[in-house]
Design a protein. Sequence first.
Length: 430
Amino acid sequence: MTNEPFIPPPSDLELDAKRARVLLLGLFAFLAVFGLVATGFNPERLLRGLGAIILSPDILINDYMSITGVGPAYFNAALCVLAALILINASRINVSGPVIAAVFTIAGFALFGKNIANIWPGFLGAFLYSRASRRPFGENIIVALFGTALAPLSSEIAFGLGIATPWNIAIAFVAGAVVGFLLSPVARHALDFHRGYNLYNIGFTAGLIGTVAMSGFKALDIQLTGGFNWAEIPAMSMLPYLSALFLSLIIAGMIMDRGWVAAYRRLLSSPGRLVSDFVRYYGLGVSLINMGIMGFIASAIMLLIGASWNGPMLGGLFTIVGFAAFGKHPRNTLPPMLGAMAMAMMSRYGLAAPGSQLAILFVSTVAPVAGEYGPVAGFVAGMLHFVLVQVVGTLHGGLNLYNNGFAGGLAAGLILPVLEWLREWRRHEI
């Protein structure tokens, strides 16, 4: 399946970039207001919760809602989004699909692993790489934002290993900066393995670097201190507010783009392979519509599998919505999600296990496989991803928050040669 995208004129792209900044400011406001309301506008409770979040071990899975409740978790997400917006503004880049995906992903993972303290060492490392490369930081901002996948490494060193103050903070900052520095050069070569069919390429890269870090910890007989925290939160405590957000995205998109029906048909024909910037190719309006639709689809799947609406699951939901501006749409996302669901029901893990539920949402990282090779290939890729993601976390010990991105890179890289051989074989047979 191929698709020639329609790229709007420069004036429309500039207008879309300005509107996209407003969208991200709206996301910040949504998270901040939700967090304040959930804490009853109690500053003491909010600050105490943020302190607990910052000091907690963040290796997978550490649901902030389980530790502090909903309010501080959402407000932490708001602060992380604000930090990302400050960097984006300082780098003077136009906001389009990749930036939207990165900021929504930060918002989601700031509910279970990223916090306003542990994201800064990685940012520093990405900045230092830009300086060493003598390139503008704006060229590396996407890697910097997604590279917060390894934020738990800084938290673990600072608060989990018993290192005395202030050395714990200093070592944590240096370690976080080093991995942030390494992400950019390694990510470029990691992309060659799956050739853009794994949307969470930084997750794949972070998995490789995290595996090296974990190997070092084991060689030095250093035990990580993280545990398993998973809140059980009913759907109706979250769904009405999230539904209002998704509906607002759809309505705003329809207002922006009166020809959205034709534009959405073109978007749905996109394979979604990296780099598929839907905002640049099809416009912000139809991208917002796709984001809202994908939010409702992901919510429906969460209801179907009986998921808890906690930090990790909402992290998956926000990530899907963000990547609906950067590669995901219903046609390429549903086949791998259904494949993961089928594999969960056939396996010993079942649908109720937290790991299974997370995999069903985050398996959409291999959506381009379905977009390029069809729904059957996407379904099989989803099954393969599901079995891989259950075990690859032991390699990096939970230091990589984008564990599904790591598994997705392996799944895509392994299945692509087979799919290409089948395509070539069919051509010769015909």
